[in-house]
Ligand binder design. Structure first.
Ligand code: ADP
Length: 217
């Protein structure tokens, strides 16, 4: 089973992706975490990626393809499925990913695209207030200091500043919003309201998946 999480920055893809990963016993792949890890490794490409991310722009599709596709394919083959958060973000990326699913003989019956929708003011508020754990990579709100999962001191992301948040939301509207129509045309889209408690949203996702006859325990 393959689950793609799409939706604007701050819509809760990471939080819900991790919950879904535990429920479905499938690996969780976050494009943003993967890129931040690459930056941390100080490889030749790291600096270029950091500059683009810190401006709030998207990494070029050709580079993303090179970095992600084989990794994702291997995870799907090894674990029989995957939960992907933050990829695809453009139609071009969606087409690249589709070619992987085709090469692995995945039918649309086994692919779910979960789109989280959140109102713009709420997105701004969440992104301005959030902090993350540099060790286990979970996201929390500003008033927390220490990660309640692993005890590490929480940090702010360098791209969670007012100006960069604005640009990330603009990029989303420009380049990622068309994915809604793309997946809706293919009958793969489950659109879920992303406002409310984490547990309530997780339950709505469960229900939507069950209604589409996926076994979840
Ligand atoms: P958010 O969803 O809150 O914007 P992410 O951690 O998913 O945060 O992404 C952070 C940044 O990483 C993006 O602004 C972009 O620069 C880069 N990025 C992540 N995924 C992709 C992708 N699929 N294509 C291009 N750039 C990406």
């Amino acid at each position: 089973m393959i689950f793609l999480l799409i939706g604007p920055p701050g819509s809760g893809k990471g939080t819900q992706g991790r919950i879904l990963s535990e429920k479905m016993h499938l690996p969780y792949f976050s494009s943003g975490d993967f890129l931040r890890e690459l930056i941390g490794k100080n490889e030749p490409i790291s600096r270029q990626i950091k500059l683009i991310m810190d401006r709030g722009e998207l990494i070029p599709d050709t580079l993303i393809k090179e970095l992600f596709l084989l990794k994702i394919k291997n995870l799907i083959v090894t674990y029989g499925g995957i939960i992907i958060d933050g990829y695809p973000r453009t139609i071009e990326q969606a087409k690249d990913l589709e070619s992987v699913f085709l090469s692995l003989n995945y039918s649309n019956r086994n692919i779910y695209v979960i789109e989280l929708t959140v109102e713009k003011n709420e997105l701004h508020k969440r992104l301005k207030e959030r902090v993350f754990c540099p060790s286990c990579l979970r996201v929390f709100q500003n008033d927390d200091n220490i990660c309640n999962i692993c005890g590490t001191q929480l940090n702010r992301r360098t791209d969670d500043t007012m100006q960069v948040i604005k640009e990330r939301l603009r990029q989303y509207e420009l380049k990622s919003r068309p994915l809604h129509q793309y997946y809706s045309n293919r009958n793969l889209l489950l659109t879920i309201p992303g406002e409310g408690s984490i547990q309530d949203i997780a339950s709505i996702i469960d229900k939507a998946i069950k209604e589409n006859k996926v076994d979840i325990n």
